[in-house]
Write a protein that binds this ligand. Sequence first.
Ligand code: ARG
Length: 415
Amino acid sequence: MRETVVLAYSGGLDTSVCVKWLQEKYNAEVVTVTLDLGQQEDLAEVGRRARAIGAKNHHSIDARAEFVRDYVLPAVRANALYEGKYPLSTALGRPLIAKKLVEVAEEESASAVAHGCTGKGNDQVRIDVTVRAMNPSLKVIAPVREWNMTRDEEILYAQRKGIPIRPSKSIYSVDQNLWGRSVESGPLERPDQEPPQEAFEWTAPVEEAPDAPGYLEIEFEGGVPVGVDGRRMAPLKLIERVNRVAGSHAVGVIDHIEDRLVGIKSREVYECPAAVAIIEAHRDLEKLVLTRHELAFKAQAEREWAWLVYSGLWLEPLKAALDAFILETQARVSGTVRLKLYKGGVRVVGRSSPASIYDVGLSTYGRGSTFDQRSSVGFIDLWGLQSRVAAGRAPKGKEEGSEYGRKRAKAKEAE
Ligand code: ARG
């Protein structure tokens, strides 16, 4: 009997060639899987293509709600930005794709799963590591890593094998889901050049953004967004809405030099309007309700969380431990944050919370202060204690017992 391989299928050139290549090279039956992660593509069409190329079966899975609940919202609680910039949109989708590949492989009694990731990126690591942790008996095949074809050779292969290929509308390599859009290749590989406007789809050009500022009022409960502008909505709807509104004000473009896991530095361009706006708001609300000690430690936990997720270690026990810590801090992160959006910029201009530990009586420079300024005198005395003692120490080389010290002691005696 021929073995079955379950392939993560996007409908693009790489994974379309993968279907035929797996059939030929591995003499396998190929079952394809496509996830809806909010990438706004015609998934019925993707399924038809898979079958047309010869997939034995195709699974189309709407994973949007699960993606938001189990992947995106934890990233919001963690204010997750890799290298301080990238909201991990692509990275968050990969462990879920891996999970669904394993589920379908078990359902289809397959012996292997496959994906179209290259050997140069992070995505191969994220999928391979997660699949192997979830089901070590499954083989993972990455045809693109094995076949060593250029894009033109792939097109030739497709033509020879009668694989219907869509004329690619774009020179860019794009990956998108509801948390963001990653754009690579073409002119973006020149880090000294401004990205051409045609690379963007979710954000208005700054020059064409409205002349009047826009506002978004985001309501949080327990560290996750639950409403916008006074209307409660499911997080999926909320993210779509914030993507639209913030994107229309040109908010959410990220252009940075990123360190890939395999050591390559790459110029990455993203459009993540909702992620940028929501994380900005969430982080600000935390400053209103968490103590300085919680904030300082959480910042370290956040950095580590983002690194683990970026580097493909979604199932690493340390990540679960960090999740538990982060969740513990979020019970009080409820309230409303007002954002001002203007020509590519987003700024928090107001925040409030029933759990606020901001006390205007303590901070006011006006009347009615409840802070006793006299108590600062004793506080400062102790706060600076070690600095004073250290400053009074003899300079290095001039301590007691040194050559200098002995001369000084003699001089004192002579006095
Ligand atoms: N550099 C980003 C990451 O590693 C984006 C990768 C985009 N992936 C893609 N297959 N086009 O998460």
